[in-house]
Design a protein around this ligand. Structure first.
Ligand code: FAD
Ligand code: 2HG
Ligand code: ZN
Length: 461
């Protein structure tokens, strides 16, 4: 180890205690590779601060040494932004936020709560439920994804059609800036126009502008009665128009998810379980409703009223039946991962073009990677499709490029909810244009002049 690294490790140990500076390769390993196994790199150390002051001391030590900081929460991100880069220009330290897990009491008057950045989504949900509240964002990685990571990626998930993404839940924030100062607006207020809104700026900043340490969140009423339906339809166009119609005719609708028969077959092959219908169908729409009174009849009536576009439907109001239907959708990610290292894309299209995109993207994947397996699934009301491709080697970018090119050509966005990360940094300007990227770079330079916060993420290093 060179003398500079030894001095830095001394400073880091002084900041967080030697038990929380991991240098042993075995201890670092799970922090150095991402969930998909496509992205990995080596860190000088993993540090685990427990307070904002400790985070600030870590940032100051790394800034003095010119060492890069990689903020990491639950490491469930899917674009390579939470792990060290394999070809980094400078040494990297992973800053794990998992010890920042304070849960403050729910503010019953405001319907808000302040929590540490390392609190998992599931822990937040469990914390606010006894007070009669829920949280507006939910996603499959709830047991591991942290609130700080969800803010940093502006996570979306399954309830965006009702409550919007993470950015729309933010009332306050505490974050450590690149010079080690702490910006704090907590608990924050929903109405707050006193200057620039830092929570909004940090939402979707992917660890490139600051390390988020605490977050003030608005809550939603917990509506305990729910029902789920799985509806078989002919194609994407039918799913889009049915979900669009239900959005206005079924006010209790909170989720509308799309998947296809090849994805369903894979989920059943990998995880077991029975086909939800006797016959296979081209496309499936999963619908969830929630209300104070049992919404099952409303859901059944709405599906009946849709008439012949519904090829078949199954409905569940009991918890285990609902979970079984949800697993058919949520288990796509794990089932695809079990097939090999996936190429993962997360795009959104104007809703009027989603059906055309589905046809064209399948053709584009076949052309770029003949014989590759291509799985499509997503959040239909948001125009958001996830594309998982198995076949081409992890380092072969051909299929990724073909999908991103098509997305931009059709007026879509190359990142709907997972972020740009390192995976799509080369495509930023093609999507956002020169003027937008110049404005973003100016913000980055102002807040992180020496470029130590998550270099290579969003912008190519
Ligand atoms: P990490 O993976 O640790 O980090 C993600 C990014 O945020 C990195 O760039 C990291 O540097 C930065 N970061 C993390 N913490 C901080 C912090 N405190 N301050 C500053 N920067 C930070 N995403 C969706 O949007 N919708 C879904 O429906 C969804 N479902 C998923 C299902 C599965 C099975 C999996 C594996 C992932 C899913 N994801 C989904 C992706 C992922 O869960 C989200 O991106 C989540 O927000 C990441 O949180 P995390 O704590 O794991 O962050
Ligand atoms: C989902 O909606 C997540 O299931 C993960 O956003 C998507 O597997 C993926 O790429
Ligand atoms: Zn998603």
């Amino acid at each position: 180890m060179n003398p500079d690294s030894a001095t830095l490790l001394d400073s880091l140990q002084g900041a967080v205690g030697s038990d929380h500076v991991l240098t042993d390769a075995d201890l670092r390993a799970s922090y150095e590779a991402d969930w998909s196994r496509r992205w990995h790199g080596e860190a000088l150390a993993v540090v685990r601060p427990a307070t904002a002051d400790e985070v600030a001391a870590v940032v100051r030590a790394c800034a003095a040494a010119g060492v890069a900081l990689i903020p990491q929460g639950g490491n469930t991100g899917l674009v390579g932004g939470s792990v060290p880069r394999s070809h980094a220009a400078r040494p990297q330290v992973v800053v794990s936020t998992l010890r920042l897990r304070d849960l403050e009491p729910v503010d019953l008057l405001a319907g808000e709560v302040t929590v540490g950045a390392g609190v998992t989504l599931a822990a937040l949900q469990a914390h606010v439920r006894p007070a009669g509240f829920g949280f507006g964002v939910d996603l499959g990685a709830r047991d591991s994804a942290t609130i700080g990571g969800m803010v940093a990626t502006n996570a979306g998930g399954i309830h965006v059609l009702r409550h919007g993404p993470m950015r729309m839940q933010l009332v306050g924030i505490e974050a450590v800036l690149a010079d080690g100062t702490i910006a704090r607006r907590l608990p924050g207020m929903l109405k707050d126009n006193t200057g620039y809104h830092l929570p909004s700026l940090l939402a979707g900043s992917e660890g490139t502008l600051a390390i988020i340490t605490r977050v003030g969140l608005r809550l939603v009423p917990h509506l305990a009665r729910r029902a789920v339906a799985l509806v078989a339809v002919d194609d994407t166009a039918t799913a889009v128009s049915l979900a669009g119609a239900l959005r206005s005719s079924l006010p209790s609708l909170v989720a509308a998810e799309l998947f296809f028969d090849e994805g369903l077959a894979l989920v059943l092959r990998r995880g077991g379980g029975e086909r939800p219908f006797r016959d296979a169908h081209p496309a499936y729409l999963l619908l969830e409703v929630e209300s104070r009174a049992d919404p099952t009849d409303d859901l059944a009536t709405a599906i009946d009223a849709a008439g012949a576009v519904v090829r078949d439907a199954v409905l569940a109001s009991d918890a285990s039946g609902r979970d079984r239907l949800w697993e058919l959708r949520e288990n796509h990610t794990e089932a695809i991962n079990a097939e090999g290292v996936p190429h993962k894309l997360d795009v959104a299209l104007p809703l009027g073009r989603l059906a055309e995109f589905v046809d064209r993207v399948r053709a584009a994947v076949e052309e770029a990677a003949p014989g590759a397996a291509c799985y499509l699934y997503g959040h239909v009301c948001d125009g958001n499709l996830h594309i998982g491709v198995i076949g081409p080697p992890a380092e072969d970018e051909g299929v990724d490029s073909a999908i991103l090119r098509l997305t931009i050509e059709m007026g879509g966005t190359i990142s709907a909810e997972h972020g740009v990360g390192v995976a799509k940094a080369d495509w930023l300007e093609a999507d956002r244009g020169v003027a937008d990227v110049a404005a973003m770079r100016a913000i980055k330079r102002a807040l992180d002049p020496i470029g130590i916060l998550n270099p290579g993420v969003i912008f190519r290093d």
